[in-house]
Design a protein around this ligand. Structure first.
Ligand SMILES: Nc1ncnc2c1ncn2[C@@H]1O[C@H](COP(=O)(O)OP(=O)(O)OP(=O)(O)O)[C@@H](O)[C@H]1O
Length: 323
């Protein structure tokens, strides 16, 4: 039997003709923070829903905490905590009452419930608001309370589906502070999905998922190192002419990404003086950046995550991708 916290083989899910997840394989080690990174519609929620036993797979297999998600659903559920995109807290109840309700659902021993509720609420800095109605909470406070609730029964694996979606940058950073603290204080594995690049940086390893398939799995550092080249973006008066000039004069393939002519070169800063001297047309602005997870995503899928979400990733860029 696998000792992995999560072990997935050939997992698939189709909704009619839509193949939401096309056969994914991966393992998550105990104690790891593992992230699924991909644009909206890539299949992240469907995968996490299968692992949490909320959706039945069409094919393949998955073990969570050593239990099969199809044949041992109750065991899986006892061993996992869930924080999903849509809040499921009861606004009419106080924060503490919401957690008590959850404790009852999970049949936690009465003697341990009080101290454990206090412990998890302190973890997310909400103990002083325990008697307040949840309807008076901000979005960030609700998400923190959901994380506390997800931890209440001491799960071995905590699943977070887009844990900071819709929150402002400061609140997102604070939530990540709590998640990192809890990883140190609780013996727990975290599986999360995100379409935020900066959020993926918090993960020990990430799987990039696109159109229902895992494109690559590695640590954020290794993925960035694998891209190697810098990203250069320029603004000129004529994007088409600039793309043609880059191809003709430098042999570079460029495309308009997020509104700017974008291409990759080995040493961007050294290339810029040549660009100004030899492009043969005025350049209004230029920026050079080291490979980010954005570039990793683009390199492996042929589209930036934002363009993929707006549906403007094109076939030409896909052809350029490494696959
Ligand atoms: N219940 C369903 N019935 C039909 N199609 C579905 C259903 N759930 C998901 N899909 C489709 O499966 C694909 C993957 O959706 P999924 O929600 O897993 O993506 P995602 O990466 O989690 O994106 P998001 O963050 O927007 O939820 C999409 O094409 C979606 O329209």
């Amino acid at each position: 039997m696998s000792t992995a916290a999560v072990a997935v083989q050939g997992l698939r899910k189709s909704y009619g003709k839509v193949e939401a997840v096309k056969g994914v394989d991966f393992e998550v080690a105990p104690g790891e923070v593992f992230g699924f990174l991909g644009p909206n519609g890539a299949g992240k929620t469907t995968t996490i829903s299968m692992l949490c036993t909320l959706v039945n797979p069409t094919g393949g297999s998955a073990l969570v905490a050593g239990h099969d998600v199809v044949t041992e659903r109750d065991e899986v559920r006892r061993n996992i905590g869930l924080v999903f995109q849509d809040p499921t807290l009861d606004g009419y109840l106080s924060a503490e009452q919401n957690l008590m309700f959850h404790a009852e659902l999970y049949g936690l021993p009465k003697s341990t419930v009080g101290p454990r509720i206090r412990q998890v609420m302190e973890m997310v800095a909400l103990w002083d608001r325990k008697d307040a109605k949840v309807s008076t909470f901000s979005g960030g406070m609700k998400r923190r309370l959901e994380i506390a609730r997800g931890l209440l029964h001491s799960p071995r694996v905590l699943f977070l589906d887009e844990p900071t979606v819709g929150l402002d940058p400061q609140t997102r950073a604070a939530i990540w502070g709590y998640i990192n603290d809890l990883r140190r204080s609780e013996d727990i594995t975290i599986f999360m999905t995100t379409h935020y690049m900066d959020e993926a940086e918090y993960c020990g390893r990430i799987a990039i998922i696109d159109h229902g398939e895992i494109v690559v799995i590695d640590s954020p550092e290794a993925l960035k190192a694998s891209v190697g080249e810098d990203r250069v973006q320029i603004q000129t008066g004529d994007d088409e002419a600039a793309i043609a000039a880059l191809r003709d004069r430098f042999g570079l393939e460029a495309a308009v990404r997020e509104g700017q002519v974008t291409f990759a070169v080995a040493s961007g800063e050294q290339f810029v003086p040549r660009l100004f001297a030899e492009l043969g047309m005025p350049i209004k602005a230029v920026s050079v950046s080291r490979p980010s997870l954005d570039d990793v995503f683009m390199s492996y899928t042929g589209s930036t995550i934002r363009d993929a979400e707006s549906g403007s990733g094109n076939a030409w860029m896909r052809a350029m991708a490494r696959r």
